[in-house]
Design a protein around this ligand. Structure first.
Ligand code: G
Ligand code: G
Ligand code: NA
Ligand code: MN
Length: 254
């Protein structure tokens, strides 16, 4: 798979595509933004999950190229001007922590961030919590710099890593994205809703916004709304889909 990935990155960029999963404001039910997720369709292996190919790209030193394909796909989908698009939506991409200090990253993302700004939306980057503990001072400076440029920084899979409260306080982040393992058990046992409540309490104290991922059932949605979680994402509301199939949901109806 490793060799196939490297070959495809070089010679078959058309095998990579991007899908978008909507996020919603839980209080109003209105769409809040989209998370862009890479897909790789290999002629022989079929559809390979990013949880399989992203780690390979990281280890083999090809993550920059992969992000290049992501940017290219996004620029092909996003219009040049707002048109009738809903204003103020967020467009989140996933970035590997290892990439943060890559001196080429800023230049790679710049045209994407400009395009997102050009349609009246806000760029967001998601970084997985497990990797965040290893961020060095230059990484943190880079994140801070993104923040200054108006990029929203989110911690992905929050609760599965080792962020200490003291550390979290110093990180240049704006959003915690609660890992779906906590959401999936929500409503079954009171203990799990207490964990989610505790995360919301931490976020409140640190003035961070919270997104719940992996909402699959009404009961989970209801519970999260009751707990005053800000945003949510999951199969209950919408699965990841192509830009064209989503288009209608992104149009201002007024
Ligand atoms: O979409 P799916 O559930 O298969 O995604 C699996 C994992 O791959 C998720 O953790 C997601 O954040 C990650 N992922 C998806 N697209 C990208 C991407 O473009 N870059 C990186 N670094 N990770 C991605
Ligand atoms: O780690 P990350 O948050 O980037 O993972 C996003 C992945 O989670 C996407 O690949 C998406 O396909 C998947 N996903 C999105 N919503 C749901 C859901 O409701 N249930 C499950 N099991 N997976 C989901
Ligand atoms: Na993510
Ligand atoms: Mn996640």
């Amino acid at each position: 798979l490793s060799e196939a990935l490297i070959a495809s990155l070089k010679t078959a960029p058309e095998e990579f595509r991007v899908v978008y999963q909507p996020q919603y404001h839980l209080a109003s039910g209105q769409i809040a933004g989209l998370e862009a997720l890479l897909r790789w369709d290999h002629p022989e292996f079929g559809s390979v999950s990013p949880s399989d190919f992203v780690p390979i790209a990281e280890h083999r030193g090809h993550i920059h190229e992969l992000t290049g394909h992501l940017v290219r796909c996004l620029l092909a989908d996003l219009p040049q001007s707002p048109g009738r698009l809903l204003p103020g939506l967020r467009l989140a991409i996933n970035i590997s922590a290892r990439q943060i200090t890559d001196s080429r990253l800023e230049a790679l993302l710049k045209p994407l961030f400009q395009r997102i700004g050009g349609i009246g939306w806000l760029p967001e980057i998601e970084i997985t919590e497990t990797h965040l503990m290893h961020l060095s001072v230059p990484c943190l400076d880079r994140l801070r710099e993104f923040g200054r440029q108006g990029v929203i920084v989110a911690i992905d899979d929050f609760g599965t890593g080792y962020s200490s409260l003291a550390y979290l306080h110093t990180l240049p982040v704006h959003v915690l994205k609660i890992d779906r393992q906590f959401i999936q058990r929500l409503g079954e046992k009171s203990r799990d809703s207490r964990i989610v409540s505790a995360i919301l309490g931490i976020a409140d104290a640190l003035e961070l916004e919270v997104v719940a991922e992996g909402i699959e059932h009404e009961e989970q949605y209801r519970k999260l709304r009751e707990l005053k979680c800000h945003r949510g994402q999951g199969y209950l509301m919408a699965r990841p889909a192509s830009w064209h199939s989503l288009n209608g949901a992104l149009i201002d109806q007024h």
